[in-house]
Ligand binder design. Structure first.
Ligand code: ADP
Length: 325
């Protein structure tokens, strides 16, 4: 199916008040996986969806792909409402799943032909070889899939997601467990596709990957979007470090510090996060001493996604309580 280039939507994907509650089963209670997600993914972007395990990323993607039914809310893919125009909405996205699910008895070319058939792409419009070439698999078109390397299989998964020429490509953890070289190769393909006009949505828990590729990032946690902004803005928030202090005497609560937020960790240590361009470790230590807290031991931590997440939810009155990954 070809998508018109007239009348392009501003956003490739929009979600409003999206919720999903998985019903209770014999072994587990009902689970609210998405709790009112509002998200706009701009057309033409490389958009990162980050969050800890269980945050709701796959649920979100599976709703877009028509694999999971939402409980409530509105979702549009390429301007098409998934309730009112489910088939067209589904045709507007290609999903590269996390797992390699290759058809081991087909050659890559056959595999793409079968996929194109599933999407109802007329023979005359199929471009299996062109797609394989674009992904560097042209010379493997007639090989058996089981003879391909892991990296080639992953590229074949991307190729399969592209057979119906979707304007939006979703990559679910594309480089989990993939070596550095292959990761870079995949990033290069993603950039090329994006330059050719494809909107890319990427889930990842590698900050480096999001930082390198994505122009905008949403952080999702416990079924809610806790941040959504251009990567550069998010990274400014990342410009932080933490001083971790083992107090001389056990504390029952985090002390109030002049100019800093202190948090008492379950192990009794005090974590103080600060922006490297605004304060120094010495400033933090002075504030701790001024609050009358003796220091038995101290260390510093560089920020990771957990810190960003904690920093982002800490001042959020809507957050129930900050949780670790
Ligand atoms: P993520 O992709 O961010 O790791 P998921 O969307 O897979 O998160 O999961 C969100 C929450 O929904 C988790 O608590 C998970 O256990 C739960 N969940 C996911 N799929 C199902 C399902 N089919 N049935 C019940 N609960 C589910």
């Amino acid at each position: 199916m070809a998508f018109s280039t007239d009348d392009l939507p501003d956003d490739a994907i929009t979600a409003r008040g999206l919720t999903k509650t998985y019903p209770a089963s014999k072994t587990s209670p009902a689970k609210e996986a998405l709790r009112g997600v509002d998200l706009s993914i701009p057309r033409g972007s490389i958009f990162g969806l980050l969050g800890p395990n269980g945050a709701g990323k796959s649920t979100f993607i599976n709703i877009l792909a028509g694999l999971v039914r939402k409980t409530s809310g509105e979702v549009k893919v390429w301007g098409l409402d998934i309730d009112q125009q489910p088939r067209s909405a589904r045709a507007a996205i290609g999903v590269v799943p996390q797992e390699i699910a290759a058809d081991f008895f087909f050659t890559p070319r056959e595999s793409l032909e079968v996929q194109a058939g599933l999407y109802g792409v007329p023979r005359a419009e199929r471009r299996s070889l062109e797609i394989l070439n674009a992904l560097g698999l042209g010379d493997k078109a007639e090989a058996y899939v089981r003879q391909l390397s892991g990296g080639m299989k992953r590229r074949l998964m991307v190729a399969k997601a592209l057979v119906h020429n979707p304007p939006v490509l979703i990559l679910d953890e594309p480089t989990a467990g993939v070596d550095v070289e292959l990761r870079r190769q995949l990033w290069a393909y993603v950039r090329e596709l994006n330059a050719a006009g494809v909107t890319i949505v990427l889930t990842t828990h590698y900050l480096e990957e999001a930082q390198e590729l994505c122009d905008q990032i949403a952080i999702i946690n416990r079924g809610q979007v806790v941040a959504c902004e251009p990567t550069a803005d998010l990274l400014k928030r990342l410009d932080s470090r933490a001083v971790i202090i083992q107090p001389l005497a056990p504390l029952t609560a985090a002390p109030r510090l002049q100019g800093f937020e202190a948090k008492l960790r379950p192990d009794g240590r005090l974590a103080i996060t600060f922006k490297s361009d605004q304060a120094s470790v010495e400033d933090v230590l002075n504030a701790v001493k001024a609050a009358g807290v003796g220091i038995k031991d101290l260390s510093t931590e560089e920020p990771d996604l957990e810190d960003v997440f904690l920093a982002l939810t800490y001042n959020d009155p809507k957050a129930e309580s900050p949780t670790a990954f």
